[in-house]
Write a protein of this length. Structure first.
Length: 390
């Protein structure tokens, strides 16, 4: 097979890039190692920045998002019994976020690729990039037991933190930066009405909690736990008791509990790889960087990578202009590190760090009190939460 851009990974980043390039007249093939049912079965967060929403509109896949997504003009930060609403819309000149699940984003993108006869090859095994430093890179893979080859001009790695793409960059040319946090999030999905119409991030002496939602009858809740926690050790009753304890009393009193649909533990980790380009290989999304879920930046960072990369590739094919490709790594990483900083700050503000007891607890309280009293601090949080400009 031959295409212009070979994309490794059929998650939202790879599919969004494929859709945007297709609309611009650039051919792509997406190789995904899992089945489509597996990809669409992943439970992921979905707080979309304004920039991500605009990309979905550009990609002509925003219909269902516009209809079913929930626009949020504020977000809540709680510390023990105190709660502060950050007026996102008012503090940022009208910007908001939209709650719309990553699974639904992926579903919409698959449907769009199918409608345009886009080439998405699921269950492509042993994908391997070759000749990345040449002008004629190619990918090999297996499909239904047969060996296949895909020749292309560029290879885009959107295959996540454990994918093959990043490992194709020589170790002596790649720098990685990582922080692993000493806790995780125990999450429960339940068919219950949300406790609040906007997200609540809460800090308690027992640790962090988050009240999120997927729709009027579907809620997602989290509590801080050990990084190696086994979710099977948590009964629904134990989870709800812990969550109620960690929320302000006026919030806990409104909480509707029910049987869990899904229960899992998410580790927290910050990770960045540099550079994001090696020859004709470009990294995007989780293949290039990971953020803690605090602040909802993971999916949105993938979108900003695709914004830079899609524009650069279109410039190259339409005008022979390589400036965007040459500057991609630098431009994308500048935004990545700002999002890493914000996610680190939110994590440090809201979680219980056992090694920081005493002094660290007082610093967290002082930080929250400053946030309560300072419009400038609230504006800084709001600007980062709705998403910094591309």
């Amino acid at each position: 097979m031959r295409t212009q851009v070979g994309i490794i990974g059929g998650g939202p980043a790879g599919l969004l890039l494929s859709q945007l390039l297709h609309l611009a007249g650039v051919s792509t093939v997406v190789l995904e190692r899992r089945s489509r049912d597996h990809v669409l079965g992943r439970i992921r967060a979905g707080v979309l920045e304004q920039g991500f929403q605009n990309l979905m509109r550009r990609a002509e896949v925003a219909g269902r998002m516009e209809r079913d997504g929930q626009v949020h003009s504020g977000v809540n930060i709680a510390y023990q019994e105190d709660r502060l609403r950050i007026d996102l819309e008012g503090l940022t000149g009208g910007k908001t976020v939209m709650v719309y699940g990553q699974t639904e984003v992926t579903r919409d993108l698959y449907a769009a690729r199918d409608a345009l006869d886009g080439m998405v090859i699921d269950e492509a095994a042993d994908v391997t990039p070759h000749d990345l430093e040449s002008d004629s890179p190619y990918l090999t893979f297996e499909k239904d037991g047969a060996a296949e080859r895909l020749d292309c001009d560029f290879v885009i790695g959107c295959d996540g933190s454990h994918g093959i793409s990043r490992t194709a960059i020589p170790a002596d040319r790649l720098q990685t930066f990582e922080r692993v946090y000493p806790f995780g999030w125990l999450g429960v999905l339940s068919a219950t009405p949300p406790v609040n119409d906007e997200l609540i991030y809460a800090r308690h002496d027992l640790g962090f909690a988050l009240c999120s939602l997927r729709g009027p009858g579907l809620s997602r809740y989290y509590v801080q736990c050990r990084a190696d926690e086994n979710p099977q050790h948590w009964s629904d009753e134990r989870f709800w008791t812990r969550l109620k304890t960690q929320l302000p009393a006026e919030v806990a009193a409104r909480l509707v509990t029910g049987a869990s649909i899904e229960k899992s533990v998410a580790p927290l980790r910050s990770f960045v790889a540099e550079p994001l380009r090696w020859g004709r290989l470009f990294l995007a999304g989780d293949a290039a960087h990971i953020v803690p879920p605090t602040g909802a930046k993971g999916l949105n960072l993938a979108a900003s990578d695709i914004h830079y990369l899609s524009g650069a590739l279109v410039d190259w094919y339409r005008q022979g202009d390589s400036a965007g490709l040459d500057s991609y790594s630098q431009r994308a990483l500048a935004r990545v590190w700002k999002a890493e900083r914000f996610s680190w700050w939110m994590t440090a503000l809201l979680h219980r760090f056992p090694e920081n007891e005493g002094f660290g607890d007082r610093i967290q309280r002082a930080e929250f009190d400053y946030l309560m009293s300072s419009k400038a601090a609230q504006t800084a949080l709001a600007e980062n939460y709705v998403g910094l400009p591309y």
